[in-house]
Design a protein around this ligand. Structure first.
Ligand code: XMP
Length: 321
């Protein structure tokens, strides 16, 4: 089925909400549906839409995959508690790390995450809950990039010819599939989500694994997580579209206290973009870059080099993996 983009300027938020809530409740009928909330604007908007449509016939899960940012699970669950939407935490850390063990190829890592997420974690939750549908916030850019062969976005299944009913035992409902990010932000605001959510910079489905070049291990995630916190603290006021820290695979020679220190490299990226389809690096002031380098080499164990990416997308992509 061909998906037609719904442009932000053509979006009537009120009627879109009405249309989608009707569609969701008709599709699910008297049954149950589940959805995965990651705390990003897309999955948050879907959670609110589905909650509006289904009430107690919806069960929302936050999957702790071990690859999230610092204190993310508590933060997201407490935001939704304020909105009276119950969210259940599912601990799947070991399953994700086991599946990533030994993998270095970016597409293999993405595939492993997709498999654990949809087959193991959600396959089991569907069995346990008796739900027949999984709602998720796939957007138009995800579809476009996967179909174009840029990157396999973790949440693209049907457009790759995957029959989720046959493979995982449930059907997908993807209410945002015609929208790009700017339209989803408008929708999220209209659905009553707080500014912290509707204005949140995008974060990839494969989480910090999209920012680790080479093998993803618990220890390497600790490193990139800490660097991410520093980058987010320092750049949240920049007004940029997205900012991130990447852990490189290669080590480089550094020096500390007069001795050789063969250590890790962190790359910072900070993007100007409207919808992540194209992007250019923010012209950050040099003193901000210097502060980032000082904090990351001082506070993240083992890091001796910090670089700033000055490449546009294309040919770069926003994330490294
Ligand atoms: P790339 O790296 O492809 O990223 O230029 C484009 C935008 O999408 C986010 N991203 C993802 N989002 N699932 C998602 O839901 C994914 O697998 C995924 N990979 C990247 C990325 O952060 C950027 O905003």
């Amino acid at each position: 089925m061909e998906i037609k983009e719904l442009l932000t300027e053509d979006l009537n938020v009120k009627s879109f909400i009405e249309e989608k809530t009707n569609e969701i409740s008709t599709t699910v009928g008297s049954g149950l549906a589940i959805n995965a909330l990651s705390g990003g604007v897309d999955s948050s908007a879907v959670t609110m839409l589905a909650h509006k449509a289904l009430g107690t016939k919806l069960k929302t899960y936050f999957v702790e995959n071990g690859l999230m940012r610092e204190k993310e699970a508590q933060r997201v669950i407490s935001w939704f508690k304020e909105l009276n939407v119950p969210v259940e935490l599912v601990d799947a850390k070991d399953q994700f790390f086991d599946s990533l063990q030994g993998l270095v190829d970016p597409e293999e890592k993405r595939e492993a995450i997709t498999r654990v997420f949809y087959k193991e974690v959600f396959g089991n939750l569907v069995k346990r809950s008796g739900a027949k549908y999984l709602l998720q916030g796939t957007n138009y850019t995800d579809v476009e990039e996967t179909v174009a062969g840029v990157k396999r976005q973790h949440n693209i299944l049907e457009q790759l010819g995957i029959d989720t009913q046959e493979k995982y035992g449930y059907k997908l409902i993807e209410p945002l599939i015609q929208l790009r990010k700017s339209a989803i932000r408008q929708l999220a605001k209209a659905l009553g989500l707080p500014k912290e959510i509707y204005d949140r910079p995008p974060f990839p489905g494969p989480a910090l694994a999209a920012r680790v070049i080479g093998e993803v291990t618990p220890q390497r995630i600790v490193t990139v997580r800490k660097a991410t916190s520093i980058v987010e603290e320092e750049l949240s006021g920049s007004g940029a579209f997205q900012y991130l820290a990447i852990l490189h695979q290669d080590k480089v020679t550094g020096t500390r206290e007069g001795k050789r220190d063969y250590g890790l490299q962190i790359e910072i990226r900070c993007w100007e973009s409207i919808d992540a389809k194209e992007g250019s690096p923010t012209r950050l002031a040099h003193d901000i870059l210097e502060k980032l380098a000082e904090r990351i080499t001082g506070e993240v164990t083992g890091v001796v080099s910090v670089t700033y990416n000055i490449t546009k997308k294309p040919p770069s992509t926003i994330e490294a993996v």
